[in-house]
Design a protein around this ligand. Sequence first.
Ligand code: ARG
Length: 490
Amino acid sequence: MATDSRAWGGRFQEATAAVVEAMNASVGFDKALALEDIAGSVAHSRMLAAQHLMCGKEQAQIEAGLVAIAADIRAGRFTWSVAREDVHMNVEGALADRIGRVAGKLHTGRSRNDQVALDIRLWLRRELTELGGELQTLVTTLVGLAREHAEVAMPGYTHLQRAQPITLGHHLMAYVAMFLRDLDRLVDARRRASVLPLGSGALAASPLPLDRDRVARELELPEITFNSLDGVSDRDAALETLSLASIIMVHVSRLAEELVLWASQEFGFIELSDGFCTGSSLMPQKKNPDIPELLRGKAGRVFGSLQSLLTTMKGLPLAYNKDMQEDKEPVFDAMATVRQAVGILPDLLGAMTVKKERMRAALKDGFLLATDLADYLVDTGMPFREAHHVVGRVVAYCLGAGKRLEDLDHAELHAIDAAFGPDSLDVIDADRSIGRRALPGGPAPEAVRRSADFAEMQVEVLAGRLASGGPSAIERALHAGEPLPAPQTK
Ligand code: ARG
């Protein structure tokens, strides 16, 4: 049976049942790893030649064949075969179709177990790098909007009840803080993903004189795994990616929910542009915020992907188990979803109209300056707890009299508590209240601008970290269809 077309066919006498082939095959989805798989094979073959495990001529044939296969894949003219099971055997099979027997030397000292462990890490490194760039754009857009709206007064909320006056700039900067943490997490996670598992073999490494560091250098991976069992069975980088994608979607969904609320007639704080909304097939007047709603809804599938892979990995004995083939679809789906979400937000935010008058009008009702009135009493020397109580009585008085704080005169305040001096009415002023909250991290326009300056510095630092540590020159060339860089000289 030496001519069996299945890579592992040697010990088998019977054909694989069709239903088994259908369930076993992963090529339908893992073909997304093809160019990373080829990059790994190029690096591996270069090392095999340097270690005299194949000759230079054989390596050149293999590399040229792999480059030609990459071109076919990029052009969409590669024929994927379910019988060849997965991306690894599709590429190797196509190589054998092209260059014949010598293709069989490529898999020297390698197993699909360490091969797939490498491919997924390379894929994650590339996708995380792209997502990092998209997060950077989102943060920059939000900082720009925060500066633009640094002076726009609006109610801040707790329990979705009007609480204290803030600025829209301040509110937007809260999301800047979230997405900056996400970018920081992403850069960290990408570093941990950038480890070479090749050389782990199926589970017990290899007796051959493989030069693992050389392969790592070719692929610009700063580290190699130090345990072959862990090398083939670790999917932490995928789990971390799904975790950080989930946290990003928590942030996206909170922002999306606020846009939905703000665009409602009840709030009327913003108007979304027509291009981001749709109508109703029944109610002619409707303009629905579908995109923010979808952003909110898509969080669910990303969390589901994280749960899916956690459950797949839980309790698996060492080392490789076929269960782990189930790692890919959740990762691919989550990454596509989070990139789409983060990618669309800058345009969505840029195209909304802020209705400043509505935001300001919302400051009028709800006694948002009650705390400021209490702070006034504290300034006169009254303990805060007492001041809180006194202002509670002021609010009760207003509710009874059908008045707002702004409608009170000094005599009314003074009648409630003698500590209210003639200047006590001055504090019932939203702009004054906001302007005085200028501590670092506060809502005052100048504090928002300082936070924006700080965030811009942070983005620059993170962008610097993101710029190095991305895909290797070999991977970039394979994706761009450019000539591969020369092999490492040592
Ligand atoms: N398609 C497999 C996966 O994604 C590749 C590794 C297969 N290894 C094995 N021993 N069958 O997990």
